[in-house]
Design a protein around this ligand. Sequence first.
Ligand SMILES: Cc1cc2nc3c(=O)[nH]c(=O)nc-3n(C[C@H](O)[C@H](O)[C@H](O)COP(=O)(O)OP(=O)(O)OC[C@H]3O[C@@H](n4cnc5c(N)ncnc54)[C@H](O)[C@@H]3O)c2cc1C
Length: 469
Amino acid sequence: MTVIFDQGENFAFSVPIVVIGAGACGSVAALAAHGAGAQVLVLERDPVPRGNTALSGGQIPAGGTRLQKAAGIEDSPEILEADILAKSKNQCDPSIAKAVALAARDTVNWLVEDVRLPLSCIDDFQYPGHSRMHMHASPSRFGAELMDVLTHRLAEREIDLLTSATVVALHASRDGRILGVRIERPDGSTEDLGCEVLILACNGYGGNKALVQRHIPAMTKAHYHGHPGNMGDAIIWGEALGASIKDLGAYQGHGAVCTPHMVHLGWPVFTEGGFQVNGEGRRFSNENAGYSEQAMKVLQQPHGLAWAIWDERCQKIAAQMHSHVEAMDRGAIRRFEKVGDMATFIGCEASTLQRTIEDTAAIAAGEAKCPWGRNFGSFPPLAAPYYCAKITGALFHTQGGLEVDASARVLRKDGSAFPNLFAGGGAARGVSGPSDWGYMSGSGLMMAVNLGRLAGEAAAAQVQSSSGA
Ligand SMILES: Cc1cc2nc3c(=O)[nH]c(=O)nc-3n(C[C@H](O)[C@H](O)[C@H](O)COP(=O)(O)OP(=O)(O)OC[C@H]3O[C@@H](n4cnc5c(N)ncnc54)[C@H](O)[C@@H]3O)c2cc1C
C-alpha cells in the first residue's frame, strides 16, 4: 500500500467519485452521492462485498427517528450525543459526536424510506451506555441482511461496483490532492484510474497483525473476529499523505465469544441479568459496563477464559440475535437443571459456584453490594434451568483512524482539510476515545452509515460545483 506522488497521469479512464470499500460505509456513501446526482464507482477487494458489516449484528443507533416515534420511544440527537460523550468519558472529538448524532436521525429515516433497509426498533432491551433504546436493526439482527440489501440497491440504481479490485496505491500530488488510484486484480494485473474525489471506506486495521501489535499490543494474541480484508490501508495511505491520525489504541472488543466455536453470544444475556465466572466459579467483574471492555477482563482470567451464565428469561431475548442462534446451533450453549452439572462443565467446585449464584442473586435483589459496582436494575435473580457457555475475549474492529471534520473530510496534522479526500466508518477516527472502554454499542455502524452519507453528499456537491453543474 503506497502513495505515488506524481503530477497527474493521463489516466485512460476517470470517474468523478471513487469509493474504496463496499461495506456499509462505502455502499451508503455511493448511494448518497448517486442520490445527489453524481457519478460514482465503488472498488471492492472481495468478489462479493461483505466486510465487517456482513459479520455484524447490523444494529444502528440513532435518536429521534420516525421508527422510534412510531414505537413510542422518546429519543433525540441530543440524548444520543450525550450518551456518546459519556461512554467515551468526553475523550472523543465532541464536534464529531455532535455531527454524527445529529446526522443519525436523518440517516436512519433515509435508509428506511429511500434505501429500503428493513429496519425496526429494538425495544425489549437496552445496551450498556444507551440511556434510551437507540438501536435499529433488521429482523435477523444480522449485518449480512443489511449488506445484501445495500449491494442490491447499488445494482438496482446502476451504481458501478467493481469487485475483486484491491486498491494498492493512491496517486496524489505533493500538496495532498488525490489524482487517482491503482487497482490490482486477482491475477496480479494492475490498472490506474483517475478521480476528482476519493472516499476511503476500507475500514480499520483489525486484520493486520503487525499494526495490531504496534498499536494495541494487549490484543495481539486475542482472536480477531472481524473481516480479514481490513488491513489498515486507509491509515497507511493517510500516514504517507501527512494526515492527522488519532486514537490508534482504540478498539471494539467483545467479552463473550464462545470458544472453541468462535461465535459470540447475544449481549442481552448480560443486560438482562446474566453474569460471568472464571475457572474457579467466581465472578470477577461488572459484566455489563460494556461488551468492548469486557474482552480484556475475560482475557485477564487464567487461560483467557470465562463462563457465561444466564437463564431462560435472558435466553429468550438473546435468541433474537443471529449470532446467538448460531452459537446454539453450533453446540456452544449448554443448558443445566442442576448447579452441580454446570460446575462439572466449568470444571470448578459445585459449592463455590452455588455460592456465587446465591451471592449474585442477593446483589440482584438489592440485598448486597456488587464488589465491581454492577447495578442489576430491576431484573430478578437468575432461576434454574441455567444456560452456560465457555467464552473468551476477542477483537472485533479497530476504532482509531483518520481525523475527519463534520463533513467527513480528512484533515491534515495542522487541522486543514485535504482538498478532495473523505473517510468514514472504520477508516476514520471513531468517537470512542483512546482505548477499549469508550466504545458505545453500535458506534461501528453509526460511524459507517453517517459519515458514509455525509461524505457521499459532500463529495457530490464538490464535483458538481467544480463542473459548474
Ligand atoms: C462480529 C461483529 C459484530 C458487530 N456488530 C455490530 C453492530 O451490531 N453494530 C455496530 O454498529 N457495529 C458492529 N460491529 C462493527 C461494524 O461491523 C463495523 O464497524 C462496520 O461494519 C464498519 O463498516 P465499514 O463500511 O467501515 O467497513 P466494512 O464493512 O468492513 O467494509 C470495508 C470494505 O473495504 C474493503 N477493502 C479493504 N481494503 C480495501 C482495498 N485496499 N481495496 C478495496 N477494498 C478494500 C473490505 O474488503 C470491506 O469489504 C460489529 C463487528 C463485528 C466484527
